[in-house]
Design a protein around this ligand. Sequence first.
Ligand SMILES: [Zn+2]
Ligand SMILES: [Zn+2]
Length: 173
Amino acid sequence: MRTLEERVAAPAELGVALIGVQEGSPVDLDLRLEAVHEGILVSGTASVHVVGECGRCLDPIAYDLDADIQELFYFEDRVLFEEDEEADQYRVEDEMIDLEPVLRDAVVTTLPFQPVCREDCAGLCPECGARLEGDPDHHHGVLDPRWAALAGLTDTAADEAAPSTESVEREES
Ligand SMILES: [Zn+2]
Ligand SMILES: [Zn+2]
C-alpha cells in the first residue's frame, strides 16, 4: 500500500453551472493506493474549496468540501466487462493512473444541483428582482391572472415564498 498526500492545482471546469472549484485553486489529495487482484484501489479524500452563487438570490457561496474517493483502476490486461460498460472503467495505463476524472466525478457528484446560500433563502422577487430577504410582504398589487399562474409555478419551487402568494390571492377574491 502506498499513500499519496499531495496538493495539486484544480483542473478547469471542475464544477457545474452555478458552483464549482476554481481552476488552479488547491486540491489536497489524501489517498491510499492499494494493489488488489484486479488492479489498483484508490481511496481517500480530495479537499477542495468550492465557490459559486445562490440559485435563488445570487449571493456568493463559498465552502470547503471533502469529497470521498473510492475507485478501482483495472489493470490493462483485464477484460472483465462488456464493451458498453467499458467506458465507465478506469484503467491503469502504462503503469500510471489518471486521477483527474476520478477527482472530477467525486467533486461534481457532491455539488448541489441547485445551490442555495441558506436552506430558507427567500430569493429574489420573480417580477422585479428585489431581494425578498427581510421583506416578506413584498408583492405587486396588480397581477395579470396569467402572471399570477406563473408566480404560482415559481412558488412551488420555493416554499418560503408562499406567504406572499396567499396575500396576492386574498386581494384577487
Ligand atoms: Zn440565497
Ligand atoms: Zn417585486
